[in-house]
Write a protein that binds this ligand. Structure first.
Ligand code: KIV
Ligand code: ZN
Length: 546
């Protein structure tokens, strides 16, 4: 019986009750509009996911672009602990490319998918049901030649006819899949319906008892977490999710919500994970900073208000006994007050140690540069908080690529009677220093216009958010922006005590993302970074070898 007091997680740590956490922040999460990350950012996140204790990291979709391939390859090579998975459509070219990237991991996984719903098969894949079954069998077997650990996904499972879905899962199991995933691709199902699907697959597919059943939920109707949890009770043992619930459209099931539901309501679920919940908050902040997607204040577990108490009655209750109004301990997930940490007199050793506590393992030149920036920050403000240190390091990781434009100096003027003007000095990718000036509606607009003139990338600022990182007039400002160019949107992030400098950094970072994409443009001028939303590549039937 539940103790009904919260934090009642009494769970038997039995192997059968262990839930595999499959994190797809770097693949499905990156499909959030504007969330494109560069390789260095993805590696930082992957390392943090490993510290968080996820079991599987889906690092990307290697055939979709050179950038994705490189990210998956490097994560496979550099990130130890979790299984590293790459996504591949059910076609040989995708699978071969995926293997080339994941093979560097000690624990590689190929994740093969095809759709099982008629609407997808007819319109997206132009395949008959029978052809899709053949392709499932052949492509899972093809992937199996490379490695043992094969996941098969029946995309749009929840809108598929159940009999046919079972046939497809049977084909995948027979061909050697070790995990079968039943995605709610469009966030359409309900808990009862989804539970029935899992029970049906368990009852009808031969050999399913030797295979892990996985679920993957999108949040279009706000039911992604509830749907995921229900299926875990019905016997699914892998759950696919993302940090902060980012992902296509309304996003994916949020990892932190699933993990904390299992953890807090152990009395009800009797399931457990290998996640170190103390890492949740810092992982959330890192993902938010790198993707430029802010966390809404009322977001469960990781929102800034998740543990805030406003009303008098609640505050009174909290003072008397925390559990009157709190079912989780904020400090257990790494949340709570931002502690004042370092200052002007802090040494290099303490600085390095503090960064490691925050999840950033800098060495050599990287550490020197961060320490220099930190000392400069100490000249502008007395004490530096954890959040400000994080912002400083994230800024560095995002701006250290010497093959891109770097900000050397900016100067901006504004006022109610003057014309806002900015002069910007950048170091160009070839090392030359370029200076230009521009006017604008305000100082930020003028800075962006000057950067456009220098780089020749004439993007448009579509979203601009600024937040004070801590309380106090000398707080660093954190700027998160979205910038559009030729129909694509990317994010940028910058932090500084001067908000115009923070804005310039954020904008330049976004411009650099477009510059980087240019590097990979193929001769036809097509943008290989653009994913084709999981449909077959151009020329459908050719892509599927028909
Ligand atoms: O939502 C979905 O169906 C997916 C699959 C590729 C697993 O992301
Ligand atoms: Zn998905």
């Amino acid at each position: 019986m539940s103790s009904q007091s919260g934090e009642s997680g009494v769970v038997s740590h039995d192997k059968n009750n262990r839930v595999i956490i499959f994190d797809t922040t770097l693949r499905d999460g990156e499909q959030s509009p504007g969330a494109t990350m560069n390789v260095d950012e993805k590696i930082e996140i992957a390392k943090q996911l490993a510290r968080l204790g996820v079991d599987v990291i889906e690092a990307g979709f290697p055939i979709s672009s050179e950038g994705d391939f490189e990210a998956v390859r490097r994560i496979a090579q550099e990130v130890k602990g979790p299984t590293i998975a790459g996504l591949a459509r059910a076609r040989a070219q995708d699978i071969d490319r995926c293997w080339e990237a994941v093979k560097h991991s000690d624990k590689p996984r190929i994740h093969v998918f095809i759709s099982s719903s008629d609407i997808h098969l007819q319109h997206l894949f132009k395949l008959t049901r029978e052809e899709a079954l053949v392709q499932t069998r052949e492509m899972v077997a093809h992937a199996k030649q490379y490695c043992d650990d094969i996941e098969f996904s029946a995309q749009d499972a929840t809108r598929s006819e159940l009999d046919y879905l079972c046939q497809m899962i049977q084909a995948a199991v027979d061909a050697g899949a070790t995990t079968v995933n039943l995605p709610d691709t469009v966030g359409y199902t309900t808990p009862d319906e989804y539970e029935n699907m899992i029970l049906t697959v368990k009852a009808r597919v031969k050999g399913i008892e030797n295979v892990i059943i996985s679920v993957h939920c999108h949040n279009d109707l706000g039911m992604a977490v509830a749907n995921s949890l229900t299926t875990l009770r019905a016997g699914a043992r892998q759950v696919e999710c993302t940090i902060n619930g980012i992902g296509e459209r309304a996003g994916n099931a949020a990892l932190e919500e699933i993990v904390m539901a299992l953890n807090t309501r152990g009395d009800f679920f009797n399931l457990w994970t290998g996640v170190d919940i103390g890492q949740i908050q810092k992982t959330s902040r890192m993902v938010s900073s790198f993707t430029g997607i802010p966390v809404q204040p009322n977001k469960a577990i990781v929102g800034s208000n998740a543990f805030a108490h406003e009303s008098g009655i609640h505050q009174d209750g909290m003072l008397k006994e925390r559990r009157t109004y709190e079912i989780m301990d904020a400090s257990a997930v790494g949340a709570g007050d931002t502690n004042l940490v370092l200052g002007k007199h802090s040494g290099r050793h303490a600085f390095k140690k503090k960064l490691q506590d925050l999840g950033y393992y800098l060495e050599g030149e990287e550490l020197n540069r961060a320490f220099f920036e930190f000392k400069q920050l100490c000249d502008r403000k007395k004490t530096v908080t954890d959040r400000e240190l994080e912002a400083l390091v994230i800024d560095q990781v995002q701006n250290e690529n010497k093959t891109l434009y770097r900000l050397e100096q900016i100067q901006a003027t504004s006022g109610d009677k003057s014309i806002p003007t900015a002069t910007v000095k950048l170091v160009a990718p070839d090392g030359t220093i370029v200076t230009d000036s521009a006017t604008g509606d305000g100082p930020v607009d003028a800075v962006c216009a000057a950067i456009n003139r220098i780089t020749g990338v004439h993007c448009v600022l579509s979203e601009f958010n600024i937040t004070a990182i801590t309380k106090g007039i000398d707080s660093m400002g954190e700027v998160a922006i979205k910038v559009s160019y030729k129909g694509r949107t990317v994010s940028g992030h910058g932090a500084h005590t001067d908000i115009i400098v923070a804005s310039a950094r954020a904008y330049l970072q976004a411009v650099n993302r477009f510059v980087q994409m240019g590097e990979f443009a193929d001769e036809s001028g097509a943008d290989p970074y653009r994913r084709d939303e999981f449909g077959p590549l151009a020329g459908t039937s050719r892509a599927f070898g028909r």
